[in-house]
Design a protein around this ligand. Structure first.
Ligand SMILES: [Zn+2]
Length: 310
């Protein structure tokens, strides 16, 4: 996988949309809401949300123009939805719930027109700047130390098992949470490995637990697919323990939380299984195959458990 693709995949974790906004707003970096530290730079305008993301100023337009925001029918529109295709400029076409009538609304639209004058869209993809570090580039490595300050990394961390998935998946997660699976970096630390340390799934980065399940380009694709499949906001994770707690933030009720928890555990177990197939059996495994198999196993095991309970 090319380095640029990897960067793009990393950004999947920080897409700030809908419920994702709440999730990201809750995350603080040095006391600052994480969403305040991410700013879009307009390219083709297809990724940046016109009203919800920070892009023209350091606040989203919904905060700067609350009256207009209240009248917009589709709050998730992207920048290119509101810019003319022909000239790439703001065209003022909104999906208003009604016409603008009062003075406050008219003043806001005038101010917005002034603000967006001179901004154009182009052909290159949108970019995201990380305002919390040097070079304005966001990498997992940059943000991780700030975010992990209040996490429990002691051996006392308890993995609560998921009952509807096989014991082998629960056991695997328990060992992974304690950093007890034999990744290349773990083996090297114990003087048991001297070959290349590169991750075989993405070919980029040393193979550690956090890399395999959080930083890896392959993992990013998998989590992106899983979030779409489960109809939840994109994952925002920096460590294996984030994965183990993620269902609590985004699961809508107890049943869905339990289902999401199991799917995440199956995914981790299957990522490790695929990694072993590549290393020990010389198989080539694609992200699409892994995602399909995770979905099939998840569906099958969930149904089996459901039938047992019924
Ligand atoms: Zn990797």
């Amino acid at each position: 996988m090319a380095k640029s693709d990897f960067r793009k995949n990393e950004m999947m974790f920080v897409e700030v949309t809908g419920e994702g906004v709440k999730c990201v707003e809750a995350v603080k970096v040095n006391g600052e809401g994480l969403h305040n530290l991410i700013k879009g730079v307009v390219g083709d305008g297809k990724e940046i949300r016109f009203l919800l993301d920070n892009w023209v100023t350091c606040d989203p337009l919904k905060a700067k123009f609350p009256l207009l925001f209240n009248l917009e029918k589709d709050e998730r529109v992207c920048v290119n939805d509101r810019f003319s295709v022909d000239v790439g400029k703001f065209d003022g076409l909104w999906q208003w719930a009604r016409r603008l009538v009062n003075r406050g609304e008219l003043m806001e639209i005038e101010e917005l027109n002034n603000l967006l004058e001179g901004i154009t869209t182009g052909n290159k993809p949108d970019k995201w700047l990380w305002l919390g570090g040097k070079d304005n580039l966001m990498t997992v490595r940059d943000v991780k130390p700030s975010l992990l300050g209040n996490k429990d990394f002691s051996n006392g961390y308890v993995v609560v098992w998921c009952k509807w998935i096989p014991k082998k998946c629960n056991l695997f997660m328990w060992r992974a949470a304690m950093d007890r699976i034999p990744t290349k970096l773990a083996l090297k630390a114990r003087d048991c490995f001297s070959n290349h340390l590169t991750c075989v799934l993405c070919g980029d980065g040393g193979e550690s637990i956090d890399h395999l399940f959080c930083e890896c380009g392959m993992a990013a694709r998998i989590w992106h697919a899983i979030s779409s499949w489960c109809n939840i906001p994109p994952f925002f994770i920096f460590s294996i323990k984030d994965l183990l707690e993620f269902h609590e933030i985004l699961g809508k009720n107890k049943t869905k939380k339990n289902a999401l928890k199991g799917i995440i555990m199956i995914s981790c177990w299957y990522i490790w299984k695929s990694r072993n197939e590549i290393i020990f059996n010389n198989f080539s495994v694609s992200a699409t195959e892994i995602i399909q198999n995770i979905k099939s196993l998840g569906f099958l095991w969930y149904k089996v458990e459901e039938n047992i309970i019924v």
